[in-house]
Design a protein around this ligand. Structure first.
Ligand code: ZN
Length: 123
């Protein structure tokens, strides 16, 4: 899975934040659902290096790279939340998965009292 490299040089604040949330949530989901060995996200392009501190399994890594790629290709200047978007760029199957991950991990962080993390990322 290749990430569109041109986009990476000038990531906006919003894009970086979205990618961090995506990665954090995927790793929270992975810990709860998969018992496979987890590794740091290696070999990321330079502007995504901060994401390397998150760990996930190979399956989640594939998913995550796909999701990151989709996010970076979003053609809309002001990305709406995916729920309210007309384009639906995720391929079927991945769309359900990203929804499940966001829902599960959002709740998990709230349950664990990690609102600070959510707060940090969302505002
Ligand atoms: Zn996983």
């Amino acid at each position: 899975m290749k990430i569109s490299v041109q986009k990476l040089a000038g990531l906006s604040r919003k894009e970086r934040k979205d990618l961090k949330i995506l990665t954090l949530f995927t790793s929270v989901y992975c810990v709860a659902h998969h018992s496979l060995p987890r590794r740091p996200l290696a070999n990321l392009p330079e502007s995504l290096q901060p994401l390397q501190r998150y760990h996930c399994c190979d399956e989640c890594r594939d998913f995550l790279l796909y999701a990151i790629d989709r996010r970076l290709r979003c053609p809309l200047p002001e990305k709406p939340s995916c729920k309210h978007c007309q384009i639906h760029c995720y391929r079927p199957g991945h769309r359900e998965k990203v929804r499940e991950i966001m829902r599960y991990s959002g709740r998990a962080l709230i349950r664990k009292g990690r609102l600070d993390l959510l707060w940090h990322y969302l505002f």
